[in-house]
Design a protein around this ligand. Structure first.
Ligand code: SF4
Length: 316
């Protein structure tokens, strides 16, 4: 039985229940908690930016099996240009966007507003919901509005993120006026507790879900990428090189690369992960273990729950 705080954040609405699923620890823990309490969401939605690590995509399949076994709907996977009209673009994913425009995700420029997440995740979910019949019916009447479950755990950092999310709301408040619920905070589940509950449910604990080139990555995550997915680290180097030498290079005053204040390529060379243009996976593994001796999971860079009404042009 899950203990809830007296101050539950669950909105008083009988509208459709939606889980913004990111493929990471927190949103997985929500589903585990729901299974414990016999709560069945109406929609579990994952916005696929097209740049998750293979481990995350594999985890979605694991979750689909688990969800089916627990009588829940499987994950609805949506991509930006499945639900948003394409206007003069030739790219399908955030990776292709960055490569085509010789740019980097917005947070590489020091923006805390994660406009890349807005564009590729939050806005995509909002647009899907606008046309999803159970939500569209509620929007039309203004009654029983949909409740969106957000995977912020019960840590001080995520409580702060919640305050921000509450102030922003949906990316389209007028046409998609959903209500937010933060179940993990009601249950008092910290990150550690989320991991414990996931394992107790018989599920592997997922890796952090984020774009493989996310500028919010910890150093050990860069090393981990080199150890596990060297082809993706090479793609990240390529993206960084295009930006630093391409059509926007003359504008680069503060951004030194994917790490904002540093270049991933240079850092990997310094660490011996990149030598003579080749990635040394064994060395990457050593660096990973040195930087992350506990082998834990980093704070979330962004999830499908990142909400902001801000838009910034010029970056992916
Ligand atoms: S994971 Fe990182 S790079 Fe990808 S959308 Fe989120 S903040 Fe941007």
């Amino acid at each position: 039985m899950i203990a809830t705080t007296t101050n539950s954040s669950r909105p008083a609405s009988d509208g459709p229940l939606i889980v913004n699923y990111g493929g990471g620890v927190d949103s997985t823990a929500i589903l585990v908690g729901f299974a414990q309490q016999g709560i069945r969401p109406d929609l579990i939605i994952f916005s696929d930016v097209g740049a998750e690590k293979p481990e995350t995509y594999a985890y979605l399949d694991i979750m689909d099996d688990w969800l089916q076994a627990h009588g829940m709907p499987t994950i609805t996977r949506v991509r930006r240009y499945d639900v948003i009209q394409r206007r003069g673009t030739t790219y399908n994913t955030i990776t292709e966007n960055c490569i085509a425009n010789e740019t980097l995700p917005s947070i590489a420029f020091g923006f805390q507003r994660h406009s890349c997440s807005l564009k590729w995740k939050a806005e995509v979910i909002t647009r899907y919901l606008r046309d999803w019949q159970p939500a569209a019916e509620a929007f039309a009447t203004g009654e029983d509005l949909p409740v969106q479950c957000i995977g912020y755990d019960d840590s001080p950092a995520d409580r702060k993120r919640r305050r921000k999310a509450d102030s922003y709301g949906s990316t389209d408040k007028r046409r998609c006026p959903t209500m937010m619920w933060y179940p993990l905070q009601d249950w008092g589940w910290t990150r550690d507790e989320c991991e414990r509950q996931i394992a107790a449910a018989g599920l592997p604990v997922p890796r952090k879900s984020a774009c493989f080139f996310c500028p919010a990555s910890q150093l050990w995550e860069i090393a981990q990428l080199g150890a596990d997915n060297p082809d993706l680290l090479e793609q990240a180097f390529h993206m960084e090189h295009l930006h630093l030498t391409g059509k926007h290079s003359h504008k680069n005053t503060t951004c030194k690369g994917l790490g904002f204040k540093f270049s991933w390529t240079s850092w990997c060379e310094e660490q011996g992960i990149l030598t003579d243009g080749r990635i040394d996976r064994d060395r990457a593994r050593e660096v990973y273990h040195r930087l992350n001796p506990g082998g834990g999971i980093a704070p979330t860079g962004c999830t499908a729950a990142t909400y902001t009404t801000l838009t910034i042009g010029g970056e992916a």
